[in-house]
Design a protein around this ligand. Structure first.
Ligand code: HEC
Length: 186
């Protein structure tokens, strides 16, 4: 009987050792079966090339790559195309008394303008009143959900767009700004 217990203990001990080896072997080999490893390798092959290969449109050293990205971010023209669209949507929102949407569009116009001025700081002086006074006036009217106040704030806002165009010598965009407003109000 004593021998039987001894033998059982020895077998149990051996099983534990084999178990530990089996687990550590699986971990060392990534714990994947051959089929899984193959599948992953296939996945990798179909992935797009990382930015550092010859396929990237960014060329040269880090400075040259940053200069390229800077060029692609563009200046005030692209920002204004976005602001023009959002300006029209703001008028739609005001017409429909959709205050949430009006607030969203005003916030995005403000952000677009500020980011554009980071890229083109020379234009900042001309847009100071627009950002410091006229955007907040629209936001206050939206907060109050007050139609008369909103109409007055939007009139001011419109004149502020045109005032900046005047001081930046691009008054030929006046027609475009009028057209955006008229189309949205129709
Ligand atoms: C910095 C002052 C400034 C403010 C404020 C401003 N603009 Fe402009 N806008 C410009 C300049 C500068 C251009 C010309 C950009 C260029 O030539 O690269 C322009 C161009 C435009 C264009 C023509 C974009 C294109 O390339 O097709 C539109 C549309 C426009 N602005 C609408 C607006 C509207 C609407 C507002 C007010 C919500 C506004 N802008 C406020 C300076 C401003």
């Amino acid at each position: 009987m004593k021998n039987f217990y001894k033998l059982s203990a020895a077998i149990l001990f051996l099983l534990v050792i084999v178990g530990v080896f089996a687990v550590s072997f699986r971990q060392k080999n990534g714990g994947f079966r051959a089929a899984e490893v193959m599948a992953q390798t296939e996945d990798k092959k179909t992935q797009t090339a990382p930015a550092s290969t010859n396929d990237s449109w960014l060329k040269g050293n880090a400075d040259e790559k940053f200069a390229q990205i800077e060029k692609h971010l563009r200046g005030l023209d692209v920002a204004m195309a976005e602001i023009g669209y959002r300006y029209g949507e703001l008028h739609f929102a005001a017409k429909q008394r959709n205050w949430e949407y009006a607030k969203y569009q005003t916030g995005k116009i403000d952000l677009t303008m500020r980011l554009a001025l980071e890229r083109r700081p020379k234009r900042a002086a001309s847009s100071k009143a627009f950002l410091d006074e006229d955007v907040p006036a629209v936001l206050r009217a939206i907060e109050n959900k007050n139609v008369a106040q909103m109409n007055a704030a939007l009139e001011r806002f419109h004149n502020s767009c045109v005032a900046c165009h005047r001081s930046e010598n691009v008054l030929h965009f006046r027609g475009a700004v009028e057209r955006i407003r008229n189309n949205a109000r129709r």
